[in-house]
Write a protein that binds this ligand. Sequence first.
Ligand SMILES: Nc1nc2c(c(=O)[nH]1)N[C@@H](CNc1ccc(C(=O)N[C@@H](CCC(=O)N[C@@H](CCC(=O)N[C@@H](CCC(=O)O)C(=O)O)C(=O)O)C(=O)O)cc1)CN2
Ligand code: MET
Ligand SMILES: [Zn+2]
Length: 774
Amino acid sequence: MSVTVANLGFPRIGPRRELKTALESYWAAKTHKAALLETAAGLRAATWARQRALGVDVIPSNDFSFYDQVLDTSVMVGAIPDIYRALGAADSLDVYFAMARGTQTGTADESCSHGHGKGGDVPALEMTKWFDTNYHYMVPEVTPGQSFQLTSTKAIDEYREAKALGYRTRPVILGPVTWLLLAKSKQNGFDPLTLLPNLLPVYAELLRRLRDAGADWVQIDEPALVLDLDDRARGAFATAYIMLAHTVPDVKLMLATYFGPLGDNLATAVGLPIAGLHIDLVRAPEQLDEVLAKAPPELLLSLGVIDGRNVWKANLTALLDRYEPIVKLRRNVQIAPSCSLLHTPIDLALETKLDVQVRDWLSFAVQKLEELSILRLGLADGRYVISDELAANADSITSRRTSSLTNDRRVRARVSAVTADWARRAVPFGERIKLQRSILNLPPLPTTTIGSFPQTAEVRKARAAHGKGALDHAAYKQFLQEETERAIRWQEEIGLDVLVHGEFERNDMVQYFGEQLAGFTFTKAAWVQSYGSRCVRPPIIYGDVSRPKPMTVDWWAYAQGLTTRPMKGMLTGPVTILQWSFVRDDQPREQTCRQIALAIRDEVVDLEAAGAKIIQIDEAALREGLPLRRADWQPYLDWAVECFRITASGVKPETQIHTHMCYSEFNDIIAAIGAMDADVISIETARSKMELLDAFATYRYPNEIGPGVYDIHAPRIPTVDEMQQLLIKAGGRLSSGQLWVNPDCGLKTRKWEEVKPALINMIDAAKGARVALG
Ligand SMILES: Nc1nc2c(c(=O)[nH]1)N[C@@H](CNc1ccc(C(=O)N[C@@H](CCC(=O)N[C@@H](CCC(=O)N[C@@H](CCC(=O)O)C(=O)O)C(=O)O)C(=O)O)cc1)CN2
Ligand code: MET
Ligand SMILES: [Zn+2]
């Protein structure tokens, strides 16, 4: 009998975001490639050493990436579209970064991820959300009938690099079926899965070369196995793994699944000729019994028992209770985090300012691996060996369960007192809009922006200085007021109809609110990668949520005081705050969301009382929060929409509620979007050339809509004509009386040099469209 600790992947950004710094300085041409490579190698070596010191038996390699592991896989198999091949050697870093960021001469400040450039510049690949996380991957692009070649030896090189340093690692690769299921073709109707026979020989060659380098096990990630799959996709798994087992029989594959239960794909998974199977027992603890019943005895099970998606300390005694019998039942087992630790911050030890009580409840990547080591000892040698650790762990668990910090009776009473009319505006949209129009007095096709203006290096520097105490409160406030005033004057000058204050005072649209709400705590260094070099510090929700005092009213009032045009109140909605935070796991997410909804509702009401005529409640992450399995969609949509409505319905009919959503893949949830009943919704549509509006047209969406007329992810400046054409197209799908004119999303990652001409053109396009549609 043996129990080993395995890790599926470690965060790669570095404890002090060393990789971010190295990447951005390389992109800005401030440092040479050699410096970037050296930083990367140093981070890998430190990561391996750390995992060994923590007692990890199975240490991963190839979990490092300069940008994204899906992009690494695309380059590995040679899926490099021709426009990038023209730029250099297929395995060069330049081609890789061109695929990730385009060839616009971006700087460290450049967030451009899919910019279509001017004058022959090369756009980046499309980027989208990785399953239900806030991590983004680069979408693989394939063409009908294409061939593949092993193009990058990164996995082999990193295996060798580790071996030379004395680590026998288990390389991690993304599996062929998931990679194809995530891939897209520009040719409509083409199914990437048909490329499987062309792709498999490359995987076989890779496995052979890993074996020749000394690898006996390889971790092959196939998270698509937790999705709804049709028989063809299931058949593809069988085809792929039979072929690989046949051609490379002496490499053992640990097939990793995560983010949910195998469900109706379980028979497929356990029937594959693989040596090991990893299952997520945090998201789907209920699948254990069925997996045990169906898995052949010789299949090595990797039990994902520690939460790789959240920050809470595990309950070690409960885990021992659950897994001791399993260890007796099966000869060998591995214990592991539920998924790669990419989605957790690195080290709690860096958080010296956290409340000591709350800190005692937390566990980041390093601490999670410690928990696994302790658990292994207990499972292998008996609980008495770890009695001190168990006692300490039990104290933390009890402290969290019984703490008065997590329970606020008033909040609970308030949530239970909510009745149906809290989630309903007093009168229907048709009547509201008449009142709103008579007050606002806007032209047809009113122009506005989504909220943020550029977060320049100067703004971030001032905030950092204020945080360190180098800039006092009054000076910081004055700096922000000047930025805000400048932005308002400029908006008036170019003639925008509905203004924003610019969000200069906010570090992040979620963290800013988290820092002001009770029940939340926030960190100094707990960065988690969102895409490329960009990171977020998700706030941690540990207790009942309430709003001690207004959070945005002063800034709104200052901004409105400078202008006679309507100034939008600007808030982040409850579902997005929930989705982009680390959420308490001792009550259903729905419950926490309702508490946040009430807190934001209070803010909405206060903004109205201060005089706001228009209040925008952003729900950028509503779509991302959708469960991975369709059968679970409706219950989620029901409470998510209700929470939004609770937030939005405390105001008078004449107060206009806006919402904003990016990543607008919501053809299949359009009814829920309608049910939100926002007076105005702004959505991302520029890249799909307004195609998304078909869903709104078919559904006969009655309220007002601002379809984004230009892609803010690109530095490129859109022309008047192209935006006017898009508006005319939109006018053909919806009534022109419904339309607003705005960009796709906020402008915080852009530069003023890009924003200024783009918005001036947008206003001209609106003028033209008013005439054309008039
Ligand atoms: N939470 C969240 N998720 C989201 C989005 C979003 O806006 N927020 N947007 C979508 C895209 N994802 C994104 C994720 C991150 C960033 C982003 O720009 N991140 C910044 C950090 C933003 C931030 O928290 N800034 C802080 C801290 C900035 C910082 O690093 N300060 C330095 C010092 C800075 C200096 O001296 O110049 C430090 O603390 O060491 C601030 O402005 O106050 C980055 O990685 O660079 C953008 C988009 C989807 N998910
Ligand atoms: C990711 S959605 C962003 C909405 C926010 N109001 C902004 O303009 O930045
Ligand atoms: Zn957005």
